[in-house]
Design a protein. Structure first.
Ligand code: HEC
Length: 113
């Protein structure tokens, strides 16, 4: 007979084991966005401070091929005439190409509707 405590532990470990595969690209991207980008871009992409472009209105970025967008974000963004610049990778040098790709896919899905 398996007692209740062991059964519960088993259930929790199984749930944790299967969790990563249940995370979609969108939720990975969403977490990266919340941790690195939301501070300047706001939850809806409208911009959290004066000078940050409203990414919902300027959709030019959203039609770029992902690789090109990722390359831009790695360099940082400072367009002519902008008051505020974006630091490379939003200021987090640890973000990988695939993480940047996941976050732009998330942003495209959520802001370009
Ligand atoms: C310190 C503030 C700040 C942070 C943090 C930040 N951004 Fe930005 N981002 C900006 C600003 C400012 C612009 C507009 C720059 C300009 O127009 O020159 C911008 C522009 C962009 C654009 C539009 C690019 C284009 O070519 O028009 C994308 C996409 C973007 N950011 C993605 C991200 C992602 C992804 C993150 C998180 C990894 C992030 N940003 C974090 C400030 C920030």
């Amino acid at each position: 007979m398996v007692n209740k405590g062991i059964r519960q532990t088993l259930f929790v470990s199984l749930a944790i084991m299967y969790m990563p595969s249940a995370l979609s690209e969108t939720s990975v991207g969403e977490n990266i966005y919340i941790n690195n980008c939301i501070v300047c871009h706001a939850e809806d992409g409208s911009g959290a401070m004066p000078g940050v472009a409203d990414l919902r209105l300027n959709k030019e970025w959203s039609v770029l091929p992902e690789q090109q967008l990722v390359a831009r974000l790695k360099k940082g963004i400072n367009k002519a005439g902008s008051v505020v610049a974006m630091p490379p990778k939003g200021g987090n040098p640890e973000l990988t190409d695939s993480e940047l790709q996941a976050v732009v896919i998330y942003m495209r899905n959520v802001f370009s509707k």
